[in-house]
Write a protein that binds this ligand. Sequence first.
Ligand code: ADP
Length: 379
Amino acid sequence: MKSTVLVLNCGSSTLKYALVERSSGETRAKGLVERIGESEVPDHEAALRTAFDRLADDGVDLHDGALVAVGHRAVHGGRKFVEPTLVTDELIETMRELEPLAPLHNPPGVLGMEVARRLLPKLPHVAVFDTAFFHDLPVAAATYAIDAEIAEKWHIRRYGFHGQSHEYVSQQAAAFVGRPYDAVRQIVLHLGNGASASAIDGGRPVDTSMGLTPMEGLVMGTRSGDIDPGVLGYLHRTAGLSVEEIDTLLNRRSGMLGVGGAVDFREIHSRIDSGDGHAELAYRIYLHRLRKYIGAYLAVLGGADVISFTAGVGENDARLRADALSGLSALGIELDGELNVSDSRYTRRISTESSAVTVLVVPTDEELAIARACAAVVG
Ligand code: ADP
């Protein structure tokens, strides 16, 4: 019997799960439980039981001895957690202390760990942190230019997120172009509902667009990304918004939704095509920001060998990829129009043969990355 790892990724209203075979990395089953908190799935325990029932329907018996560990996606590890770590009462306690750093993301993750430990008490549970890959960012990239004592006291630094994806995709990309990981300068564009970019120099991340929280950087589905910090005080003083209201505005009512009226890029394109100026403006802001980051990271790296697009938007939206990289031939970036629109599910090149920078689409697999990290811990 082949040993497997169960990967759980708990959000506030969704639970993603996957059962990954440890040696081959093959995903045996995966799924998504949505609308946690609504009548059919009232809480995270119900969500996990639903996932277990669905796995059972798929012929998976979680108690047949094949399952060797449970890997949990943990978003914010703060300064404390860098390596994948066994989930203990102490870890959960510390994760609670980190909640102010990631109020939207850490609480559901912790809840998922607690429920899963209760339902699968005999197995080792491992937390794999989104921030870990970026832990050793160069200090100049990790440090905000604010009062040093305050930053130190409150652990304010740039942590970075989507670490599993940036690491996995950059490794896949290096393997695809047939070069050693430590010899390639890469830019990874993780464009999903949340979006982040990273600059990776010889396997070492040297910058990333998300910061203390997953709000900084690129324009996202519902998040603003970069914004003048002056806007926050202005909204508070002038519009009378509370801190919570400002948080909600920037996290949930901004980005593509706030400007363009829709989160999903399929919807954005169809609105643009029917003449919707709001959707068009949102798209243009998104592209402008993305292109600025690409330019910035080319400068940070002193030129790139590979640029990879990944996640829901990056993997599927050929039009966006073409618009993001148009007119950059002076920087050595030339997209092949035909390759760009081919819809393969595998890693593929979309730049021309002669493009100095190789542009790839690399399907991300955060669950597999978590399973591997977790397997390394439990041996
Ligand atoms: P999450 O951050 O929730 O994991 P995903 O990486 O799954 O997000 O990305 C989801 C987003 O991907 C959707 O909101 C949508 O904008 C985009 N997307 C998915 N499929 C397509 C497609 N065929 N064309 C354009 N965009 C797509």
